[in-house]
Write a protein that binds this ligand. Sequence first.
Ligand code: UDX
Length: 452
Amino acid sequence: MNQRNNHRLILFPLPFQGHINPMLQLGRILYARGFSITILHTNFNAPDPSSHPHFAFRSIADGLDQSKASKSDIPGLISLLNTLCVSPFEECLREMMSLQGGEAVPVACLISDSLFSFTCGVAERLKVRALMLRTGCATCLYLYTICPVLKEKYFPIHDSRLQETVKEFPPLLVRDIPAMDSQEPGLMFRLVDDLIKTIKSSPGVIFNTFEELEHPAIASLREVLSVPFFPIGPSHKFCVTSSSSSLLAEDRSCISWLDEQPPKSVIYVSFGSLAAMSEAEILEIALGLACSEQPFLWVVRPGSVCDPEWPEKSPSRFLEALEGRGKIVKWAPQNEVLAHPAVGAFWTHNGWNSTVESISEGVPMLCMPCFADQGVNARYVSDVWRIGVNLNGGLERENIARAIKRLLVSREGEEIRERALVLKEKASACVRQGGSSYQALDALVSHILSSE
Ligand code: UDX
């Protein structure tokens, strides 16, 4: 057991899978550096304490009416949480700061998700430092710093301009500019504005990325925002033992299924924890996978089809129709899947966690971004790092099959894999002693300890 350093950190993740994972990974890294960790969380999407026996957990009563927790309006949900959580968060933090909560170890600092913009103000009132965890990539945050220009020049986005290059940010195309549906017009811009203000006023920002991957954006951010940045990714690679922070049960049967497949033959298909499609799109994916004639492992999570009538049992119907060539699960142990020798490519929505996890294992990507930062991530995968291809030509079975074969069984696919393996090595090197992320982590620890 590592020596404890008599400092407690309070970590407050945004309650979505793509935000909980990197925050809990950060907790494990900092626990290994001697800090005591308390995870503060909402009742909505609460993590499972039993998977993290070394952490203390405290829930705050967010008062969120589950019926209002619509995943089809994520900006609306984030905005609602930013209102509902203020008082219970302040109350809980005040209690912990005054040690009335029975905490034996004093609080050194708070680390909040950067989309919880209200935490800065509360922390200031209670005189506790509030570092921020930004769960997306540095490039996208840098793009957000020119959001007013993008808004003026490109919004509302017209179909006729989708293939146009964003002159202020090549090689981005207009279609890649982050956008998210919300019932409230302009809400996404307000959230981005709050995010930039929060980051600017924070004493430090932690990123799940690494210098060798995003040096230009990290350097530009340091210049433009004048805030200490700590790129400590890929954060899951710092954690020696794996412990799941999945909100859904992982179906491990896919690992024994992968064991039976030839090396580098399987296309792993997953679109993260939020993206949803129509039944017609899901059917086209199924037919595309069948046409590719490659084995596939496909995550069809509950809620991934927009149609509420869509029967839960449909995946097995698909599977039967697909002549046993693939495996469908509701949730997979993704990092283990990506590290499996049978996996040859990852068809992904390019959520930032999935992108970093794929890079860490050297798995080439078939990119199909859905919303928010995903278009930016996908463009960098295909055009900058050149470790994947975009699903150009749309969600159509023959197009899908062609793209899968392009990655798995073509000369071009081999070249993409070679580049992905070079990047994998860089990702491994940066978390080793002396590596860029290792040094950033040392700097982060010193920063936290010097902040008292
Ligand atoms: C969201 C946004 O979409 C993303 O763009 C943003 O950067 C973070 O928040 P999400 O859409 O869920 O996240 O995607 P992603 O960032 O990839 O996170 C999904 C996480 O769930 C990954 O850590 C992945 O390993 C995990 N996962 C996914 C599983 O463990 N099993 C699965 O079957 C699917």
